[in-house]
Design a protein around this ligand. Structure first.
Ligand code: PLP
Length: 623
């Protein structure tokens, strides 16, 4: 558990059993847990191939409760007079089943939704039945978007149009008048506060989103002039996602609460203060202000938010508003686990090196061989320098046709074994020379795994986001290999070489030696937020299989939803291939080969059958 930090990042949802299996258990009772490898067995028995995305309904339920209870506890303990009404920003994971489940589990807290486009609003209006929960409409709004929102208000939804640009107000008022609906309006403001983390540009004066203070005044005056100030009920800001430092959150809330108070003093009815997203997830378990972590927990976040709002309102003698937050990541990150199998491994050591080299071996290879034989604790730096020197000379000789491919291959074997020997002796040194500190990492195995980084964990590639990666079985055996992970996209960026650590970032991951004829399964955790929708079709690897699971709390589970991943035919159609045309032209090609006497008519039949099987197949490596 320590090696992979499961106790640190797992929020007690994940543990390791005595038999070395990764257990998922969102319940307080120990017997409620289920082994992930057991679930994977069940998935494969039903004919689903790896990779598979597992979604755990109970975790989503638990996370919604956790956030709402934390806010409600803070409200009660601080005697705050307003209430909390969270909304889930559906951009974080818009999959129908996710939205459906959030609408279901959120109902008891009147947890609503934030949308940023027409499509998202339609998705929410079809899934959300709770009229007491809020719908927050951010983003740029055309008249179609506005009409949909106005009709939602007519249907009884508590919907707010949040103004991103001053020009939107006029259109909203006009459409409202036309449809006979009084709109609820909010303003999105730009704070001067800027937070640390990946998404710092969402906040601060130069943020591309929201209104500066003079634009807010412009809107206030416009609403007053039109006699519609009664529509202005909400103020919103969003500082950025995954804010690691609680101080930044506090400073922003204080600044925003002051603006809110001023809007009330200007005569707007207000009532709602929307603090956006940003509640971070502790991906690396370090509980620090690293970008993949946070130096606070959910309870502290809620207390700090409520306290800050309260202090400003009490000071300005303003009623405590209803507080909205748009936490996405914190609600859904824990919900999904991606599981894949390992297809192959490349190792960089322990080759079969002959005792002696043949007489005719080129001089520089013989020299490298001498260095190799003489490695000792006394000459590690020197051996390393010499190894690099001869390796470069040998490469030059090869480029100038002075050595053969076989000789070059031999020199590579000697080189890697030499590096292995040097690295094996390093621990005997009191002071490791800086150049040699990372030598172990250079020797790391490459574990080739059956998934696409770009499809399933795009943030790992795009912004170096760290995710916990852990084998889901054999955890009672010592992992004897250090590895980096390569996906199957054949893109040199399709590699994971940064792993979570409590103090730093690790360049390799401890993994187990593969066993012949036994699959090895690895889980990537906390992938429920952003990864599914941001993922793309690089190399035409499509959506993975998805299986949703409900645990019964007594150690059993059921599959409540199974979604077949994309087939080859599906992904080809996404990139504009018409599969009918594809079939026709492939058949034509095969017929031409028959006519040319290259294949028989019977062979054409077999070729067409394998073409069809290929089209129907999963885009990932199938057994
Ligand atoms: N609200 C808005 C307006 C956003 O742009 C985002 C995403 O960055 C969020 C909420 C969700 O933020 P988080 O996932 O950090 O809670």
């Amino acid at each position: 558990e320590e090696l992979y930090g499961v106790n640190n990042w797992g929020r007690d949802y994940f543990t390791i059993s005595e038999t070395g299996e990764l257990i998922i258990n969102p319940f307080t009772e120990e017997k409620g847990g289920v082994s992930l490898i057991d679930i994977i067995q069940g998935v494969e028995d039903r004919g689903f191939d790896m990779p598979v995305l597992l979604r755990f309904e109970n975790i989503l339920d638990e996370q919604i409760s956790y956030l709402n209870n934390a806010f409600n506890n803070a409200i009660e303990s601080l005697e705050y007079k307003g209430s909390y009404r969270g909304v889930y920003p559906i951009k974080v994971n818009q999959q129908q089943q996710v939205v459906h489940e959030i609408a279901k589990f959120g109902q008891r807290y009147h947890h609503g939704f934030e949308v940023g486009s027409k499509a998202e609003l339609i998705a929410v209006m079809t899934e959300m039945k709770d009229k007491e929960a809020n719908i927050i409409c951010n983003g740029y709004k055309d008249s179609e978007f506005i009409d949909l929102g106005l009709y939602a208000i007519k249907m009884g939804y508590n919907l707010f149009f949040v103004i991103e640009m001053p020009g939107e107000v006029e259109l909203i008022l006009d459409r409202g008048k036309l449809l006979g609906v009084q709109p609820n309006i909010g303003v999105r403001i730009k704070l001067s506060t800027k937070a640390g983390g990946h998404w710092t540009e969402s906040g601060g004066d130069r943020s591309i989103f929201g209104l500066n203070m003079s634009q807010v005044i412009e809107i206030l005056d416009y609403l007053k002039e039109k006699g519609m100030l009664s529509c202005l009920k909400l103020m919103h800001y969003h500082l950025g996602s995954q804010i690691p430092n609680i101080r930044d959150i506090r400073v922003a809330v204080l600044e925003a609460a002051r603006v809110y108070a001023e809007l009330v003093k200007e005569g707007a009815p207000m009532g709602y203060l929307d603090l956006g997203g940003g509640l971070a997830v502790d991906y690396d378990g370090s509980n620090t202000n690293f970008t993949s972590s946070r130096n606070y927990n959910v309870d502290e976040y809620c207390i700090d938010v409520i306290e800050a709002v309260m202090s400003v309102m009490d000071n300005d003698d303003i009623d405590h508003p209803i507080i909205i937050t748009e936490s996405g990541r914190a609600i859904v990150a824990y919900y999904s686990v991606l599981v894949f199998n390992v297809l192959d491994v490349t190792k960089f050591e322990q080759y079969d090196i002959p005792e002696e080299l043949p007489e005719e071996t080129p001089e520089n290879i013989k020299n490298l061989f001498e260095v190799y034989k003489n490695v000792s604790v006394k000459n590690l730096q020197e051996s390393y320098n010499d190894a690099l020197y001869y390796r470069d000379l040998i490469k030059d000789m090869f480029n100038h046709s002075n050595i053969s491919l076989r000789e070059r291959a031999l020199s590579e074997k000697i080189y890697w074994d030499l590096i292995y020997r040097v690295s094996g002796e390093l621990h005997k040194l009191k002071f490791i020379p800086p150049e040699l500190i990372d030598l172990d990492d250079a020797l790391a195995d490459i574990y080739y795994c059956n998934f696409s980084l770009f499809q399933s964990i795009p943030d790992s590639w795009a912004i170096d986001q760290l995710f916990p990666i852990v084998p889901i079985h054999r955890l009672n055996e010592e992992p004897t290999r250090n590895a980096v992970i390569a996906d199957i996209t054949c893109d040199c960026d399709g590699e994971i070489n940064k792993f979570i650590d409590l103090h730093d970032v690790k360049k390799t991951l401890p993994l187990h030696e593969l066993r012949t004829s036994e699959d090895y399964y690895i889980g990537t955790f906390l992938v429920g937020a952003y990864q599914e929708t941001l993922g793309d079709l690089h190399n035409l690897f499509g959506d993975t299989n998805v299986v949703s699971i409900r645990l019964d709390g007594k150690g059993s589970y059921e599959f409540i939803n199974e979604i077949q991943g994309d087939t080859v035919e599906d992904v080809l159609s996404y990139v504009e291939y018409n599969t009918k045309d594809l079939r026709a032209s492939f058949r034509e090609n095969a017929e031409t080969a028959v006519k040319a006497g290259l294949i028989t008519a019977k062979e054409r039949k077999s070729i067409m059958e394998s073409f069809e099987a290929g089209l129907r197949g999963y885009t990932y490596y199938e057994r």
